[in-house]
Ligand binder design. Sequence first.
Ligand code: ADP
Ligand code: PAZ
Ligand code: K
Length: 261
Amino acid sequence: MFLALDVGNTHTVLGVLDEEKLFFSCRFSTDRNKTSDEYSVMIRELLIMHHTPPEQISGGIISSVVPSMKAVLRDAVYSVTGRTCMIVGPGVKNGLKIRIDNPAQLGSDQVADAVAAIAEYPKPLLVFDMGTATTVSVINENTEYIGGMIMAGALLGLDALSNRTSQLPEISFADKVDRLIGSNTVDCMRSGFAFGTAAMIDGVIDRMQKEFDRKLTVVLTGKTAEMITPYCEREVVLDKNLLLKGLRIIYLKNLHHKGSR
Ligand SMILES: Nc1ncnc2c1ncn2[C@@H]1O[C@H](COP(=O)(O)OP(=O)(O)O)[C@@H](O)[C@H]1O
Ligand SMILES: CC(C)(COP(=O)(O)O)[C@@H](O)C(=O)NCCC(=O)O
Ligand SMILES: [K+]
């Protein structure tokens, strides 16, 4: 069993996996002020809460788009399990053919997503990772990562909307949004979030499709994708664990390269 950590700008996802199974995953806030000691307490408790003795963890892998969190979490995992995590980035093989101006610039979350998507889905394909930012990754028929898009995440837009206006409130999304045409402030905001974001995705898919002869596969992941997928009109696949599956592939690839760690 090994640990996989996906550090996003808002949340960190921790998964415990082996070659076939995802035993559990959980999310906690990405808090840049917490120390490795604080994270080690949290990780230890999460493992125990999920009936996983830390001694059973034989290694770990971290993908982080928050640079300072890499060392903090690696140290925390080391103090809980005695194992040193691989960190997605220079020196760790990912097998992805990255054809962009500066491959080192690509976020490690997009690398892990792309590795998993290539392994599981027909090409060409698009991956929408909907977190703090929404990223679109484009993979061609030859399984090359050729580029993509970055936009503000849908929830970031909503935060900005209520923070930067005097009359728009903070809203929640406990219920399904069933009206396209809102007739009050809150319903208008809810419709804008759900249908507006879904229409953006549908529209990007249509435009991207024109660049390819073969039908694109479209995979959506990230917390926000769970909320938006039901409102999309194009054919999309929601894969909540895409990134963890990518980390599994990268972990196993490097384990076999370097011998056991
Ligand atoms: N409990 C929460 N605390 C803070 N932000 C939240 C929460 N729930 C949702 N969000 C919003 O979700 C977005 C991030 O989604 P998430 O999938 O966690 O992203 P990331 O992978 O970038 O960490 C942020 O824009 C934030 O506003
Ligand atoms: C675009 C991102 C900020 C998305 O972060 P997230 O929403 O997962 O927190 C992250 O993937 C990143 O910092 N990327 C590096 C820049 C790039 O991919 O070009
Ligand atoms: K993202």
